[in-house]
Design a protein around this ligand. Sequence first.
Ligand code: BGC
Length: 894
Amino acid sequence: MKPTSARIILCTFCAFFFLTITPSFAKPVELRCEYLTNPLGIDAARPRFSWRLEDPSQGAGQSAYQIWVGTDSAGLLQGKALVWNSIKVVSNKTLITYAGPPLQAFSKYYWAIASWGVDGQRTLSSVANFETGMQKASNWKGAWISDTRDVNLKPAPYFRKTFETNKSIRSARAYIAVAGLYELSINGQAIGNHRLDPMYTRFDRRTMYVTHDVTKQVQKGKNAIGVLLGNGWYNHQSTAVWFFHEAPWRNRPTFCLDLRITYTDGSVETISSGKDWKTALSPIIFNSIYTAEHYDARLEQPNWNQPNFDDAQWKTVILRPAPSTNLVAQVMHPIRDVEAISPKSMRKINDTTYLYDLGRNISGVVSLRVSGAAGTRIRLRHTERLNAEGRSDMSNIDVHYRPTDNTDPFQTDIFILSGRGEERFMPRFNYKGFQYVEVSSNQAITLSENSLKGYFMHSDLPVLGKVQSSSSTLDKIWFATNNSYLSNLFGYPTDCPQREKNGWTGDAHIASETGLYNFDGITVYEKWLADHRDEQQPNGVLPSIVPTSGWGYEWGNGPDWTSTIAIIPWNVYLFYGDSKLLEDCYDNIKRYVDAISDRSQGHLTTWGLGDWVPVKSKAPVELTSSIYYYVDATILARTAQLLNKKADYTTYSALATQIKAAINAKYLNRETGIYGNGTQTEMSAPLHWGIVPSELQAKVAANLAQRVKADGAHLDVGLLGTKTILNALSDNGYADLAYQIAAQEDFPSWGWWIKNGATTLYENWPIDAKSDISMNHIMFGEIGAWYYKALGGIKPDPAAPGFKNILLNPHFVKGLDRFQASFKTPQGELVSSWERTAQGISYKVVVPPNSSASLSLELLPGQKVWNKGRVLDNAGKNVMVQQVNAGNYEFVIK
Ligand code: BGC
């Protein structure tokens, strides 16, 4: 800690320093508990607290912190009702774990941070809070209830219960655990704005509950609780090739609810699900998460969830066993209707048929407003493309669907009108992937462009990153990549929102950096890795889709796909500086690596699918799978080191070395510097994943560059190669060539899709391919991360994860005049931006408070770097390296 606010930022390679005197006020802001703002209903025994620092001054940082946790918000900083006071800790950490006495269930805790800046000045945060939930299964009072055991019964059930309160209410919380999906209402008011709750898990191993603040909805006097249950993945009635209809957990949806009311006199009353609830079938006559929803408005029972509704005709519920004994809080960003999209156009085909075009491909649903005679049957057919006649075309997405009759058409909602004036339909327990909606009716109806609205649904993650450049194609690819990432995020990452909705592992680990640069994804990844742990066999094997009904243990689950178990926790560690997920998964990673060892010979394995959907060349599966085997062993060894597991560190470091040696012995021609046949994936995967012996790196990279040039600077890779081709080039001196590939606008390229109107990424390179032709796949989405890594030059430093130190190595690639990447690191906003000007390349960077950056600027012969009118000494090298602290910098390269 320095006694004054003068800070000196030393450059490593030059006898030159910046001296600035600025007032510092390291104010802790954006306080998060378990990565959420003021979360309700958390179960973590030791919650994690994090914050960012607001301090624009040069060299800003935190020298110490103190945290207070207590039960009295006003008295917190006076030390009243404290449960934990960390006392001042000399540390620049902004992520800490609760270390006080055990937290009580159903309790609200307040917390605040004091942060000392680098000059020793203390600044306080405002007060944040979190509330604990059930914490243990025995705290539940409710019974699990349902209406029937019949898994084939189609209509969705309503449940209701009335109760009276006579005292004045201080607060009320609803805790609802569901196998299936639910909508909750109190006194007719919908509770919360989440969609498709709870998240999909392997229901027989882990069932999630959601906590809602219902203080405003519970009233003195008579109250009614209403619950509507949907099937979700729990009772999959549609039939497709993955056998979700045969899932071992399959049953009629069921729920357990505790409504906990705290009165102003301090007493507590809990209203629970039980035998005294009534049930009836709702107007949702069919609902399938996979296909669609059917609604018969004639069956509506107005005010069914109001206190005075007459439920004499309703049945008594049945009691059911809990779907699993593992009830856990859903502590994550929920799925929501994130964006409302008005149609770009509507075409009336005839009196009974209208075609809407949203102008972009999304995941989600539509709402329709329409009037007509009672019994009018309207179908809403959702597709990604049109056929030659300009009508909705389903043929690229219904290929794995195996309907047993015609009552459940794919991606087609059915709405039957009640005839009571204007009516509105919007599915509750389903989503689709689509751009077009063909609305058809068995009787003439009148629709306008405003009758229909699209809703882009996905896990509603805070946005962290943004890319902008002088190339509109680049910007559109970035937008399309994010659209596909989000379209494939529903509490677990999926491959596509239409054909499958499967949690394909390979697609997800390839796209995980793209996700982490752009969105605050930790809560979803932590949940999905818990899904992995639920699915792992005792012998270490994981399925290729997670969660699964059982499919995927025999196909597609080699290390090239299911290395999710190692790669995602590692990336989360690099991006957040949080090792919890690595710790939670440590044993699982180890068992998976051991399972690969069991399936390998001479440290090589052929277990895997290989470079999926390639342009033309396919690398040997043994090469790519063995590389992922190496990646996993390396992550395991590094994690062992991090967690101080010395014996494992020794064992798995040695294993990694052996795998690498085996790959090089079989595939690398040391004379020529060529792997296998020298195709793009064969060359770029060893370079990117650190397989190439250091003395041969330049040679292998030069050969790769030559190969790419011979391929006309176009892609010749599949899924695994898209991860490596651009990075291997830009990390080894060929950034211009990497950009040439990335900027192509003819086949095969990302730009080719964009030129042909894509607003999402596709599953196949030719736009007229005959199979594997979803139009909303994230699997080729690594390019989104590459923009940050290569053009913005932003990478996490494994030695100081969570962007405490940033590796900054931007490439001012030929053909691009301007590029800016901004990314909110756990410390604050990082901006890396460059532009060609008459004076040279102007490179501006904002390093967030409490972090540093290792900046490398690669120079062409004769180029120099200028800062504030002075030339920086690059010691005669073709790279200028500097270590910089928090603050704003501008360099000119000329
Ligand atoms: C999915 C892919 C997935 C692949 C595995 C496809 O059906 O859509 O994205 O990774 O199968 O081979």
